[in-house]
Ligand binder design. Structure first.
Ligand code: ZLV
Ligand code: CA
Ligand code: ZN
Length: 414
């Protein structure tokens, strides 16, 4: 392991719970929560966990999720909690025997029952169509999965706000497409919005940076009208690539005008032009916006060979963006996101955990890893990117995007 920078004294808080990796969207579904366990195992086997504060992820409570999401939508989703909790609820409803239910669960159930009575919600005949689209299936424990993913992102915010950490990491977060009362793009509860709202209780300005191959539409929409959060998304755009938003001229509305920044690109982006774009834009954003905290969504579907994304980044290229944001010395939260070639996702997030710690991890995958076979045939950290991929972005087009973004940023009052 090589020390890569002098500021490795920065404290890193890492949030994990192996239950997250046990949920399944479905056999054919590209989103595989198991990649979180795989990333964690690399992090452990590379010895990184010894250098960070490791915290067990807890489930976010209904009241916390309520800070962004619609209460009817939350009740609707809560029907997909784990079976043993459902049994508790049934028991509570029939016997109302409060003594058998743990205190924290009791509060939750009282709230579910209160809200559903108030709103007379009939979950079976609801406006919320979760499960109707194959993108967002319902599955066993769905709600618990959402509670864990968002509980961790909220606690990342707390660890930064209390000064316990300079960098906080939740690889099970980053579900950037979820809306106030709508699931979309594999996302149900927007852990990022909940995290940022928590930061806004103390901080004046929060910068959100999104390097997932898809546009961070849910986070952008949540803060489209405010200047207290600047959202910045780099993404593939065009030819019906999901979700179809994030045009260059989507800049925000009202006081939020120019606080929404979009960098839409065509497929084929490789390290050199991507990093150049990334640095040119984030350096100006940092200079103009001077955020108190950075929340970075590190979706790994921008890597080469991803099953959904069309970019051609290496892990080093992806990680260079994380390294660059770290170099400003601003408190930072790193979240996961997309990533559908799962052995590369775990490689990438283990490498970036190393970056947070100022450690460059070895090229050889630790041979005691239980998922070792996933890293065949080379068993190396850095995989070879796809060759002969055409970058469909012309240099002049990319330069135009940078010039336009600079122009928008020039309207921001300093
Ligand atoms: O990485 O999906 O294109 C963060 C993230 O950003 C669509 N969905 C929707 C809109 C109409 N379509 C088709 C629905 C397809 C449903 C099943 C797949 C199944 C197998 C393989 C690929 C897909 C798929 N779905 C590919 N792209 C989609 C997108 C959603 C992408 C979400 C990205 C989430 C976690
Ligand atoms: Ca993005
Ligand atoms: Zn994505």
């Amino acid at each position: 392991m090589i020390q890569t920078d002098s500021d490795s004294s920065r404290r890193v808080a890492y949030f994990y719970n192996r239950f997250i990796g046990k949920f399944q969207y479905g056999k054919e579904h590209p989103m595989k929560p198991k990649r979180i366990i795989m990333a964690h195992n690399l992090i452990v086997n590379y010895g990184l966990f010894r250098q960070m504060d490791v915290y067990l992820i807890r489930e976010a409570q209904l009241q916390e999720i309520r800070k962004f999401h619609d209460p009817d939508y939350i009740i609707y989703l809560s029907q997909f909690m784990s079976q043993n909790k459902i049994n508790f609820v049934k028991e509570y409803c029939s016997a109302n025997n409060e003594s058998v239910i743990p205190e924290n669960l009791l509060e939750e159930f009282k709230l579910i029952i209160k809200w559903s009575q108030q709103q007379k919600i009939k979950t079976e005949n609801s406006e919320f169509k979760v499960g109707d689209s194959p993108d967002n299936p319902t599955f066993s424990g769905l709600f618990s999965y959402c509670q864990l993913s968002s509980g961790a992102s909220i606690d990342c915010a707390h660890s930064i706000l209390t000064g316990q950490a300079d960098i906080a990491i939740n690889w099970s977060g980053g579900l950037h497409h979820a809306k106030k009362k709508e699931a979309s793009g594999f996302c149900y509860i927007n852990d990022i919005v909940l995290c940022i709202l928590e930061l806004l209780r103390v901080y004046v300005r929060v910068l959100y940076v999104d390097i997932d191959c898809h546009h961070g539409d849910g986070v952008e929409e949540a803060f489209y009208l405010t200047n207290r959060v600047m959202t910045l998304s780099f993404h593939q755009y065009g030819d019906d690539f999901y979700p179809g938003t994030g045009q260059l001229n989507s800049v925000g509305v009202g006081v939020g005008r120019y606080y929404s920044v979009n960098v839409p690109m065509k497929p084929g982006m490789s390290d050199e032009p991507y990093i150049e774009m990334f640095k040119k834009i984030t350096s100006r954003v940092m200079q103009v916006y001077r955020p108190d905290c950075i929340v970075m969504q590190c979706g790994a579907d921008s890597l080469s060979l991803d099953k959904l994304g069309g970019f051609n980044l290496s892990i080093k290229g992806h990680g260079a963006c994380v390294q660059y944001m770290k170099s400003f010395g601003t408190p930072m939260i790193l979240l996961g996101g997309g990533g559908y070639t799962i052995s590369n996702v775990s490689r990438c997030w283990a490498y970036e955990t190393g970056i947070a710690l100022g450690q460059q991890i070895d090229q050889a995958i630790p041979s005691n890893d239980i998922y070792y076979d996933y890293y065949s045939p080379d068993y190396l950290l850095h995989f070879p990117i796809k060759q002969n991929v055409e970058n469909r972005n012309k240099t002049e087009d990319l330069n135009k995007i940078v010039a336009t973004v600079y122009d928008y940023l020039s309207y921001i009052e300093n």
